[in-house]
Design a protein around this ligand. Structure first.
Ligand code: PGA
Length: 267
């Protein structure tokens, strides 16, 4: 387990427009602050809202006024600036106050054919920015799971994305989100036992490259895929994982708040 606080990222994907994102952010801010007040000794949970690009600024303003949560982006481009129509740079994200960036989410691998090489370049670009933490998403699909290829798929995704970083000393934080593709949006999460084995495997690969001390200090391994208020503590607890990436269940203030409370109570 990492020595960093548990991380709860709300991935809103493309589900909300700007005004809806702002309202949801305000409601979540209120209840996170209340929870922190009431549970001061157990309140060490880092909450990150990850809206679509167009809603980032509005949600970031709520975050900086309230101090209730940090902001994440769902993607970024690997160049600082230039002729890249439709892309977003780390420099713009930094200016808005983004501190986490999802990279290589399975929906981007699937719908826009994001390649391992693109993912590697994005990881390098975000890791080079001292204000931002990359969240690398990896996970096997259903047929890979059935064929018993889970570990080889995870190894290949991890090694190709972190190839450059593995050659250097780890000096900045990084988050690995294990998201089995077959669990995303299906209502059927992986089992905690399954995940525990995967985390050990992922942690082992990182420790080989960076050493156990640096990994313990700077890396969090989190779970994503149909996390709900009733299952979150199966995944986020002292000896299982360092947090969760939550899609569907983060789209209502009441649901997401119960997830945050559940994790705070379990610490
Ligand atoms: P889900 O999405 O919680 O709706 O399964 C998780 C994700 O894709 O990050």
């Amino acid at each position: 387990m990492s020595s960093l606080p548990p991380l709860l990222l709300a991935n809103w994907k493309m589900n909300l427009c700007v005004s809806e994102s702002r309202s949801l952010a305000r409601a979540i801010a209120k209840s996170v602050l209340n929870a922190r007040k009431n549970k001061s000794t157990r309140a060490n949970v880092q909450v990150v809202l990850v809206p679509s690009f167009t809603a980032l600024d509005a949600v970031a303003r709520v975050g900086s006024r309230s101090g209730a949560f940090s902001i994440g982006a769902q993607d970024c481009f690997w160049e600082e600036r230039g002729a890249y129509t439709g892309e977003e740079s780390v420099c713009s994200l930094r200016e808005i106050g983004v501190s986490f960036v999802l990279i290589g989410h399975s929906e981007r691998r699937q719908y826009v054919n994001e390649s391992n090489e693109a993912i590697r370049k994005k990881i390098e670009c975000v890791s080079n920015d001292s204000t931002m933490i990359p969240v690398l998403c990896i996970g096997e699909n259903h047929s890979q799971k059935i064929l018993g290829k889970r570990k080889s798929v995870l190894q290949q995704q991890l090694l190709s994305a972190l190839k450059g970083l593995f050659q250097r000393r780890l000096t900045r934080e990084i988050v690995i989100a294990y998201e089995p593709v077959w669990a995303i949006g299906t209502g059927v999460p992986a089992t905690a036992v399954d995940c525990a084995e995967v985390y050990r495997y992922i942690r082992g690969l990182m420790e080989n490259a960076w050493g156990a001390a640096a990994v313990g200090r700077l890396c969090r391994i989190i779970y994503g895929g149909s996390v709900s208020e009733s299952t979150v503590t199966d995944f986020v607890s002292k000896d299982i994982s360092d947090g969760a990436l939550i899609g569907g269940a983060s789209l209502t203030a009441s649901g997401f708040t119960r997830i945050v409370h559940g994790v705070m109570d379990s610490l």
